[in-house]
Design a protein around this ligand. Structure first.
Ligand code: UDP
Length: 419
């Protein structure tokens, strides 16, 4: 089988791209497995970097966890999966998903015999892949290693997945200095802990500014009103399991309150396909004036809206990491975040789910003029070279040399401990 292929030519994340090396022939295979939207966004730059450097053959495997959203996000990078796993999920439970994934992934590992397996984040897909690879003695590279909320039950089950992944991975690719320290505190140290930055910054920088047409004409109208300074945009996402029920009711009441206080604010809220989330959001804000509920947006559209928003409110991890690249402040709709770097850098505020707190913090930010680009805090999650560092670390682990194996520059941001 060939390496990952770009489905449209001329799309690349790195400057001075070298020709794409698509033939698998003699190259060690790196099997990149993902199943959700954030995994696609954060693995895509790594697949790109591998294709561009040409030292190994990236093979993209879609686990089927959130099939359509994984592929929708990959599409923004002109990538598509090489392998689509077929899993049975009659009940939809997490243990069932884990069991099924182990069953089908094991078959893939035996058939393909990759040199390394690459997983991202803290999903059931990442855990199942790493476990299967561990049992088959295939090394695991873990992207976005070291995030911790320090509460095993929040986020559930992700915090446990992160800790388990750290125990069985061979290479720990940490996005920030704090993530490195979290790993050290658990006894995971040494040269296989590498500070890379978060590949989401590479992703967002490569996608921002890409020409696009909105799939929903209401969004083009929102952008026109924002650009003509008629209205301001508050972009909102909510999907976390821990937000369902009472917390989400508080968030939706907070949004209604913001709209009552600020008549020039419009809310765009792409609704996560989970039926419980969807039902609650429809009941809470559907039909409210200046609220636009949409289907999940493709990544290019989402980045465009992020770039013109005055404010973002979200319980998403990825959105907390992306918004600082546009200087857009984030209200984190959770009681705890494993991304405190953004709070400390002044990029986001942890507001919880109380309606009053959400409305007060939103008003505080909406009443301030937006910061000029030169006064914005630097994105604490990376500098856009994380995928390049990741490729280099994996090549080093595998002992791959090439004429062009210069080490990438070290990450230097406040959160990385540089100047
Ligand atoms: N995102 C997207 N379309 C949307 C909403 C979000 O492409 O309609 C992207 C967003 O830019 C980020 C990722 O999805 O990169 C975050 O996914 P999610 O919030 O589902 O997961 P988390 O980051 O919390 O794990």
């Amino acid at each position: 089988m060939d390496c990952a292929v770009r489905s449209r030519p001329g799309v690349t994340l790195m400057e001075n791209p070298r020709p794409v090396m698509a033939a698998a022939a003699h190259k060690p295979e790196a099997m990149l497995v993902g199943g959700t939207r954030p995994e696609a966004v954060k693995l895509a730059p790594v697949a790109e970097a591998m294709l561009t450097r040409g030292r190994m053959c990236p093979v993209l495997v879609a686990s089927g966890q959130h099939e359509s959203m994984f592929e929708q996000a990959l599409d923004a990078f002109a990538l598509r999966p090489n392998v689509r796993l077929r899993i049975e999920r009659p009940t939809g439970s997490q243990p069932e998903l884990l069991g099924e994934l182990v069953r089908v992934l094991d078959r893939q590992l035996v058939q393909r015999n990759p040199s390394i397996v690459v997983v991202q984040g803290d999903t059931t897909t990442a855990l199942a892949t790493a476990l299967t690879a561990f049992w088959r003695k295939v090394p695991v590279a873990h992207i976005e290693a070291g995030l911790r909320s320090h509460d095993l039950h929040a986020p559930f089950p992700e915090e446990a997945n992160r800790k388990l992944l750290a125990q069985i991975s061979s290479l720990h690719l940490a996005p920030t200095k704090r993530a490195v320290e979290n790993l050290q505190a658990e006894g995971i140290t040494g040269p296989n802990v590498v500070l890379t930055g978060n590949t989401v910054v590479d992703a967002v920088l490569s996608i921002a500014g890409r020409p696009m047409t909105y799939s929903d004409s209401r969004l083009a109208a929102v952008e026109n009103r924002v650009r003509s300074k008629q209205n301001r945009l508050m972009l909102v996402t909510v999907h976390r399991r821990e937000s369902w029920g009472q917390p989400l009711a508080g968030i939706l009441a907070g949004l209604r309150n913001v709209l009552e206080r600020h008549k020039d604010v419009e809310v765009v809220l792409p609704v996560h396909p989970n039926p419980d989330v969807r039902k609650q959001i429809m009941a809470g804000v559907s039909g409210v004036d200046r609220v636009h509920l949409t289907a999940p947006l493709n990544y290019i559209e989402f980045c465009r809206l992020l770039s013109i928003a005055q404010l973002v409110a979200s319980d998403s991890g990825g959105v907390q990491e992306e918004a600082p690249s546009f200087g857009v402040p984030v209200l984190v709709l959770r009681d705890v975040t494993e991304r405190m770097e953004a709070v400390e850098a002044g990029c986001s505020t942890l507001v919880g789910t109380d309606p009053r707190a959400i409305a007060d913090h939103a008003s505080r930010l909406l009443n301030k003029p937006p910061l000029l680009p030169e006064n914005r805090p630097v994105n604490p999650f990376g500098d856009g070279l994380a995928a390049y560092r990741t490729e280099h670390a994996i090549a080093s682990l595998l002992g791959l040399k090439s004429a062009d194996s210069t080490a990438p520059p070290m990450l230097r941001t406040a959160a990385a401990g540089g100047e």
